[in-house]
Design a protein around this ligand. Structure first.
Ligand code: FAD
Length: 435
């Protein structure tokens, strides 16, 4: 049984703004048993030649289809509009109370095999939460969902430096706003992955190229930013303003076209966090930034990905979901489901699915690289997992073996083999595993 307090399946996508899209190709997203989209290559626009990305509306429609597919199979019951009330540590065999939000009706259910808690890594979007700063009477603060209804102000102030803020700035520019009419509060700058290197099928050699450059840089890197700067030299990682030290990395994937657009906004405020917004002003750290009296302030400060600490995934009669693959959430979730079906001990399952740390800083990427490279080897050596991975629709690297004779892939493989041992040695030294 699947229980969710939201009115439908799709999680945070149900609340997100109307112009949100997957930041990676649809081919990497959703459940393994149903395709999302048709793996079309875009024929026009700034991403011509790259694989399609679903809009938020398409993701929601997709999960409605997933729900019908599973319910029709008779294998899954879905209780949306229900919140789980029982203690967070319930396991198989325990009574779990679920409450229908609309009616208040309570039911007790009991899992036979495992209680799966997917809430600790839940994503957080700006919608449905109060702004994390004071909003004085007369100030016009909105979430991105309300932006299409709020156009017409003479000035916009975007607060936040992540993917949502970037989407909002791109949307404003695409809808005719003059870059000089946008001010952008970016507490810290971030690194972003170039979407050209997150493409499936015949374009997957670029993914190996990307991996090989990480391995190459990891031979001598002492900080995560060494990896990022090396990838930047190969146009694989980007930042909006290369003259500013970027410290954040949360896995957002963008195109060089978007980065170019974002660079046109020159009124960037880096004075710290927004403390309050009043009519015609924003207080950022110790600075007061003057705005037009009808300025619209767009709150894009929600963290998106959860900030949950890494925790063990498999327990006795319990699964606490955490990210266990680098970058692509649905593949990791599907892998946890597959590993649960194997006849293995809890510790063996945890060995196959260690939690990926979410440091959110570029320097945390050394840790991520060490765990990511090590677990890749572990999964390749496990015959069940390797066989599943080779077929799983959501494994972004599934097509790589079909394209190893591509010159880019061949060169990248040589680079990888040449450096992998020294890279692992260095990573163990500069980002040792705890304990
Ligand atoms: C804007 C945005 C774009 C993204 N794009 C991509 C992408 O392109 N590719 C990618 O791989 N990842 C992407 N991600 C990352 C994100 O991790 C994935 O979208 C992932 O699918 C999130 O799913 P989730 O189930 O972990 O979290 P959520 O979608 O947040 O789902 C958690 C669910 O738990 C429910 N819940 C919480 N507490 C309770 C309770 N007590 N009782 C009942 N229900 C409860 C909530 O209602 C919610 O529906 C994106 C994230 C964001 C925010």
């Amino acid at each position: 049984m699947l229980v969710d307090r939201r009115h439908g399946l799709g999680g945070h996508w149900l609340d997100a703004n109307p112009f949100v899209e997957l930041h990676q190709p649809s081919a990497f997203y959703g459940v393994p048993s149903l395709p999302l989209g048709a793996d079309r290559v875009q024929v026009d626009g700034p991403e011509a030649g790259w694989y399609e990305r679903a809009t938020g509306a398409e993701v929601i429609e997709y999960y409605a289809r997933v729900r019908r597919h599973f319910e029709a199979s008779g294998r899954v019951d879905v209780a949306t509009g229900h919140r789980v009330e029982s203690d967070r540590h319930a396991r198989a065999g325990d009574d779990v109370v679920i409450v229908e939000s609309a009616s208040g009706t309570r039911r007790t259910i009991r899992a036979r095999k495992a209680v799966v808690d997917a809430t600790r890594i839940a994503a957080e979007v700006p919608e449905g939460r109060p702004a994390p700063f004071d909003v004085e009477t007369g100030a016009h603060v909105i979430t991105p969902s309300n932006l299409p209804h709020a156009v017409g102000g003479s000035e916009y102030c975007v607060v936040g430096a992540g993917k949502t803020a970037m989407d909002v700035v791109c949307w404003l520019l695409a809808n005719g706003t003059d870059p000089d009419d946008i001010s952008w509060v970016r507490r810290r700058d971030g690194w972003f992955m170039n979407r050209a290197y997150a493409q499936p099928f015949e374009q997957s050699p670029r993914m190996i190229d990307y991996q090989s450059r990480i391995v190459e840089a990891a031979v001598t890197a002492t900080r995560g930013r060494d990896l990022a700067e090396h990838l930047e030299q190969h146009d694989m990682k980007m930042r909006i303003d290369p003259s500013v030290e970027a410290t954040v990395y949360r896995g957002a994937t963008v195109s060089p076209f978007e980065i170019e657009q974002l660079r046109s906004v020159e009124r960037v405020v880096r004075a710290g966090s927004v403390r309050s917004v009043g009519p015609g002003r924003v207080v950022v750290g110790d600075d007061v930034i003057g705005l037009a009296s009808d300025a619209v302030v767009v709150d894009c400060t929600a963290p998106g990905l959860s900030r949950t600490e890494a925790h063990q995934i498999f327990g006795d009669g319990r699964i606490d979901l955490h990210f266990t693959t680098v970058g692509v959430a649905p593949w990791g979730a599907a892998l946890v489901g597959f590993v649960e079906t194997l006849d293995r001990s809890v510790s063996e399952k945890n060995r196959l699915c260690p939690p990926m740390p979410r440091s959110h800083t570029i320097d945390g990427q050394l840790d991520m690289a060490r765990i990511g490279l090590a677990i890749d080897g572990v999964r390749r050596e496990d015959p069940d997992v390797a066989a599943w991975n080779a077929l799983c629709r959501r494994n972004p690297g599934r097509s790589i073996p079909d394209h190893l004779d591509d010159p880019l892939a061949a060169t990248a493989m040589v680079r990888m083999f040449e450096h992998i041992e020294a890279a692992m040695e260095n990573l163990q030294r500069v980002a040792p595993a705890p304990g």
